[in-house]
Design a protein around this ligand. Structure first.
Ligand SMILES: *Cc1c(COP(=O)(O)O)cnc(C)c1O
Length: 428
């Protein structure tokens, strides 16, 4: 591997050699106050593909020209629109096609899946999750527990970092699973932690959960389109993710869900049903008696929001073109370069600047995001770099989250970020 250098020339050279360099041109990079931003918040809201407008325009045309007939007469008939997304999404998460569907929003999907996969009994009712999970996930878990007339405090077992540490040791998750044992009904964890960027070994956690008889699901909001996923092979029971972070598919965009094939035909699973999950051949007969479509499609409630689906499709087509493997290869290089730039700056500036990257150092334990503790510098430093055109994310008390995204970020972005940091520090 080439040794990294903190120079503009080096960064530009890397960009020249980048096989994915043409993709940056396919996205709108925000220009704020006349400055082209260094955009590092693809983990929060991905940038807009330039092609996205035409995908939405197309559906607006269909609606204009066909009205309700568009459900069957549109080039991509709306009644089956989600099916045009399925194979592309399946590749991103490592699933078979009938295991995934794009529908609803993320928290909604988590609830729908937990209705099916969290079925507490008197003896088996506990949930294991990560401490400081994303708030929506915490609320979802607590309300699921209350929905079954249980008390969250006696039911939810949170696994957190050990005293003085930032990351959760996987051995501690496995230990908790083994300890809760026969009482464990479900494990539900973020595949990549939104705060620290830690990527968990989902295969290992799934096996451990299954060994004690629990169901295992993951929130993949920070994992989908970012890291290698093999949901089918890992045997994960269920998962859901949003499409607007690494998948660039518009603010509040549609979500994806995964249900493992082993549950595809299980009609005994409890679920909240709607007409779109009903057997397609008899859906429009509008007869009573819910017959779920086998596989993930059976969890759909409503007909799909076509404009949001079209936005998602425009981005999925880019992922399809590039493929996850190439994206991951570039992502690793970008994130390693970011790590180098931050550490290099810390070394050169000594006491002036103390950055501590809390994200794991190992490539296999992280995705694009690095979370940086800015000791003693905090919010004022962050505000300064924002003024210089760096769009990053600040989390109290003092964490800056930076996510270089392989589809549109460049090595030059990272160099410029380092330059902004250095200026901000030097100005006191
Ligand atoms: C972004 C994110 C969400 C957001 O949920 P929505 O239902 O899409 O608003 C939920 N959970 C995690 C872990 C997230 O990162």
């Amino acid at each position: 591997m080439v040794a990294y250098k903190s120079s503009l020339e080096f960064a530009k050279e890397k960009d020249q050699q980048d096989p994915l360099k043409a993709y940056r041109e396919k996205f709108h990079i925000p220009v704020i106050n006349g400055i082209e931003t260094v955009y590092f918040t693809g983990n929060s809201l991905g940038l807009q593909p330039k092609s996205l407008g035409s995908y939405i325009e197309k559906e607006l045309e269909e609606w204009k020209n066909w009205g309700v007939e568009g459900h069957f007469e549109a080039e991509k008939p709306w009644f089956a629109y989600h099916e045009f997304l399925t194979s592309k999404v399946a590749k991103i998460v490592g699933a078979q096609e009938n295991e995934v569907v794009v529908t609803h929003s993320l928290t909604t999907n988590l609830h729908l899946l937990m209705v099916s996969f969290y079925n507490p009994t008197k003896s088996r009712f506990k949930i294991i999750c990560e401490k400081k999970a994303f708030p929506s996930d915490q609320y979802a878990l607590e309300s699921q527990v209350r929905f079954h007339d249980l008390n969250p405090a006696d039911t939810i077992v949170e696994v957190g970092p050990r005293e003085g540490e930032h990351l959760i040791r996987e051995e501690d998750i496995l230990k908790a699973i083994a300890e809760v044992g026969d009482e464990l009904a479900m494990v539900m964890i973020g595949g990549v932690n939104y705060y620290t960027g830690q990527l968990f070994d989902m295969k290992m956690i799934t096996e451990a959960g299954h060994k004690v008889g629990a169901k295992v699901g993951f929130d993949l909001a920070h994992a989908a389109g970012n890291v290698k996923l093999e949901l089918h092979d890992w045997g994960v029971d269920f998962a859901a993710w949003c499409s607007y972070k690494y998948l660039n598919s518009s603010p509040g965009g549609v979500s994806g869900m995964f249900v493992h094939n082993r549950h595809a035909d299980n009609k005994d699973l409890k679920r909240f049903a709607g007409w779109w999950g009903h057997d397609k051949s008899t859906r429009f007969l509008m007869e009573p008696g819910f017959q779920p479509i086998p596989g993930a499609e059976g969890w759909q409630l409503s007909n799909a929001p076509i404009l949001g689906m079209a936005a998602h499709l425009s981005s999925l087509d880019l992922f399809e073109e590039v493929g996850m493997d190439k994206l991951i290869e570039k992502r690793i290089d970008l994130t390693n370069y970011l790590e180098f730039i931050i550490n290099d700056l810390s070394e050169r500036k000594g006491d002036l600047c103390k950055f501590e990257i809390i994200t794991p150092k190992e490539e296999s334990r992280r995705g694009a995001q690095l979370s940086i503790l800015a000791h003693g510098m905090g919010k004022p430093l962050f505000d300064k770099i924002t003024k210089m055109g760096v769009i990053a994310d600040w989390r109290e008390p003092n964490v800056i989250r930076i996510a270089p995204v392989p589809l549109y970020n460049s090595f030059e972005d990272i160099y410029r970020f380092g330059e902004c940091l250095e200026k901000a520090i030097s100005n006191g």
